[in-house]
Design a binder for this molecule. Structure first.
Ligand SMILES: *Cc1c(COP(=O)(O)O)cnc(C)c1O
Length: 452
C-alpha cells in the first residue's frame, strides 16, 4: 500500500478532530485533557490495527464515535445503579436495602441544604446530632434510649470498648459468626480490648455453661444472633429471658446483637420468625444492637437501643465521635423510622414491599416478561438475605431463559447499561421479579431483548 491508498495517511490529526463540530459535546462533558487523551488512544489503536492489515473506517465521525464510547466507559462511576434480578432482597454486595421515596427525599434535602444537624433552633445555638433518630428509636422500639453510629460492627466495638475493655465477655461458641467479606464478628469485637470467653459447643450451650464461666472479671454476657446460618438438629441454647436473669443475678449486663433486627414480625408474612428488637428488650436485654440497612430497610447505620444510663455512657466515649453517623444517614434513618411510627412500613419500605409481594402478582409480572422475551415462567424461591432468616425462602415466579451459553449471557447482562444481575441454575438464566423495582422493568426488558 502506498500513496492515497494508504489508510494510515488518511487518519485525521488530533487537532483536526478537536475542531470537528462533534467534539463540542465531548469537550463540554469530559473536559479537554480527557478528550485529547481519548482521541490519542483511539488513533493509536486504529493505527496499530491498520498496520496489521485490518480494514477499518478512518473518517472523523467514526473516530469520534469510538472516542466517545471510550470516554463513557472511562467516566462511568465504579459505584452505580444495577438491576437486581437475583431475588435476594437484602443483597449485601448490591447495597443492601433500597430506600423508600420519603427516605430518598429526606437525604436529598439534607444533602442540598444547610440543616439542624447540630443546631438548636429554639436556643439559637449548638445542639446535638444524637437527638435526631434518638427519640424516634425510643418511640418505635419502646427502649429508654437509642444511639446511631456508622454501622452495627462499629456499634459493637463502641459498646464493648465502653463497657468491657480489659474485662471478659461471655459468648456461646455457636454464635461466633463470620459476616461476609472475611470479617468475623469475634475478631471485630476484640478490637475493643475485651476478652471473649467462649462457652458451650457449636450446637449446644446450656445456662450452666454461662454460669460456670462467670468470674469477678466478667463484664457482660453477649448473645449474637446467628443470623446468616442455621444449625439444625440436636441444638440447645438458653432463652434470652434466662440469660438476662442469670446476668442480672450476678450484677452483669446482657447485650443482644440481633444483626438484622426486625421491628415487624416476619412470621406474619409467610416467613420464619426473626427475633424482634421489642422482644429482646422485653426479655431483659440491657442493650440491643442491630443494623439500619438490613430488615429495618433504611440507610447503613449501627443502632444501639436500651437502658438510658448505658446509652449515655456510650455517647461520651471518644470512639463515639470516631464512628458517628453523618447527616445523610441520620435524615434517611429518621424518615425510614417514621414509616414504622405511622404503621405503614409494609406498604412504604421497599424491602417489606418485596417481602409481602403476593405470588399471583409475581406470576403476572413473570408472564409479561416471558411474552416479551420468549422465555418461560417457572416456580422458584426468593431469599431475604443480608444475614437475616437463614434458609428462609419465599415462593416466587421466575423468568427462565434458555440460551446457548448462560455464563456468557450473564456476563453480557452485567456489561449492559444499566447492568443486570441474574441467577444461573440448571443451564438457564433466571430473573426474579420480586427484587426488580417497579421503575426498572422497562430497562430490564430492553436489555434482555437487545441480547436475544
Ligand atoms: C450484619 C451483622 C453484623 C454487622 O452489621 P453491619 O451493619 O454490617 O456492620 C453484626 N452482627 C450480626 C449478627 C450481623 O448479622
Amino acid at each position: 500500500m502506498n500513496g492515497a491508498d494508504n489508510p494510515l495517511r488518511a487518519l485525521p490529526a488530533v487537532d483536526t478532530l478537536l475542531n470537528h463540530p462533534e467534539s463540542g459535546g465531548l469537550l463540554t462533558e469530559y473536559g479537554r485533557p480527557a478528550v485529547v487523551d481519548a482521541l490519542r488512544d483511539t488513533l493509536d489503536t486504529l493505527r496499530e490495527r491498520l498496520r496489521s492489515g485490518a480494514s477499518l473506517p478512518v473518517d472523523a465521525d467514526s473516530i469520534l464515535a469510538n472516542a466517545a464510547k471510550h470516554l463513557e466507559k472511562q467516566f462511568q462511576p465504579t459505584l452505580r445503579p444495577v438491576i437486581n434480578a437475583t431475588g435476594v432482597i437484602i443483597h449485601t454486595n448490591l447495597g443492601r436495602a433500597p430506600l423508600s421515596s420519603a427516605t430518598q427525599a429526606a437525604i436529598q434535602a439534607a444533602a442540598a441544604q444547610y440543616n439542624t444537624l447540630e443546631y438548636d433552633l429554639e436556643q439559637g445555638g449548638r445542639g446535638s446530632r444524637l437527638i435526631h433518630a434518638g427519640a424516634l428509636l425510643e418511640q418505635v422500639t419502646g427502649a429508654e434510649a437509642g444511639l446511631v453510629v456508622n454501622n452495627n460492627a462499629a456499634g459493637l466495638v463502641l459498646l464493648l470498648s465502653t463497657l468491657a475493655a480489659g474485662r471478659e465477655v461471655i459468648i456461646s461458641r455457636g454464635q461466633l459468626v463470620e459476616i461476609g467479606g472475611g470479617f468475623r464478628v469475634p475478631e471485630v469485637m476484640i478490637q475493643s480490648g475485651a476478652r471473649l470467653v467462649e462457652v458451650g459447643t457449636t450446637n449446644r450451650t446450656r445456662l450452666s455453661d454461662y454460669e460456670a464461666a462467670i468470674t469477678e472479671n466478667t463484664a457482660l454476657i453477649l448473645r449474637a444472633h446467628a443470623s446468616n446460618f442455621k444449625i439444625i438438629g440436636f441444638t440447645e441454647s438458653p432463652s434470652l429471658d434466662a440469660l438476662a436473669d442469670l446476668a442480672h443475678r450476678h450484677g452483669l449486663l446482657l447485650v443482644d446483637d440481633l444483626g438484622s433486627g426486625a421491628l415487624l414480625d416476619t412470621a406474619a408474612y409467610g416467613l420464619e420468625h426473626e427475633p424482634t428488637i421489642q422482644e429482646s428488650l422485653a426479655a431483659g436485654a440491657d442493650l440491643v444492637a442491630f443494623s439500619g440497612d438490613k430488615l429495618l430497610g433504611g440507610p447503613q447505620a449501627g443502632i444501639l437501643v436500651g437502658r438510658a444510663d448505658l446509652v449515655d455512657i456510650l455517647k461520651r466515649h471518644p470512639l463515639a465521635r470516631a464512628i458517628r453517623a453523618d447527616k445523610l444517614c441520620l435524615s434517611g434513618l429518621s424518615a425510614t423510622l417514621e414509616h414504622y411510627r405511622k404503621g405503614e412500613a409494609v406498604t412504604h419500605v421497599p424491602i417489606w414491599q418485596m417481602i409481602t409481594q403476593p405470588l399471583d402478582h409475581l406470576q403476572r409480572t413473570a408472564k409479561r416478561w416471558a411474552k416479551r422475551t420468549g422465555g418461560n415462567v417457572i416456580p422458584g424461591e426468593s431469599m431475604v438475605g443480608g444475614g437475616s432468616l437463614p434458609g428462609a425462602t419465599l415462593s416466587t415466579a421466575l423468568l427462565a431463559l434458555d440460551v446457548p451459553r448462560p455464563d456468557t449471557f450473564a456476563a453480557q447482562l452485567r456489561d449492559a447499561t444499566p447492568p443486570v444481575i441474574a441467577r444461573i441454575a440448571e443451564g438457564r438464566v433466571l430473573f426474579d421479579p420480586r427484587t426488580v423495582l417497579p421503575g426498572q422493568e422497562h430497562d430490564l426488558l430492553r436489555v434482555i431483548e437487545s441480547l436475544r
